[in-house]
Design a protein around this ligand. Sequence first.
Ligand code: SF4
Ligand code: SF4
Length: 160
Amino acid sequence: MKVITYISNVAVGIFRLMQGMYVAMLQMIRPKVTEQYPENRGKKEQFERFRGELIMPHDENNQHQCTACKICETNCPNGTLQITVKSVLDEATGKEKKALDTYLYDIGSCIFCALCTQSCPQNAIEWTPQFEHSVYTQGKLVKQLNKEGSSLKSKVKSDK
Ligand code: SF4
Ligand code: SF4
């Protein structure tokens, strides 16, 4: 009985060994997918849904879509976004209305959860594939997404 157990254990051991070798051999003949970074920096492509860095697109007239509603700031789980609002005169109605003053994004605390982009009713912010964020000082990780002198696109449309 003990001899039979011994032989069956040896057989199982050999089978497991062959299984391991089969997996190793498969890996040897499969095409390599290792990225040679940073040598491939110039031609490196990220997949479409990659969340590299948050941006606020501006058109050729320096206009964006952000209405300063602060929904993204409220939904951000860790205070990565800080939005300040200013009052501007709406020339169409002659009344004061709120507009975006500064839109600050601290990429150093962002967890790339995308709750901001998914909750924005205006699609005013989106992701770029930019993934290199190394800087020498922490303050440089805080970026202002609205450009200097930019304005709300829909405001200009309503003024026409
Ligand atoms: S991705 Fe998440 S953590 Fe980063 S700014 Fe948007 S809501 Fe905040
Ligand atoms: S980015 Fe979108 S959600 Fe955030 S304040 Fe602007 S319009 Fe509102």
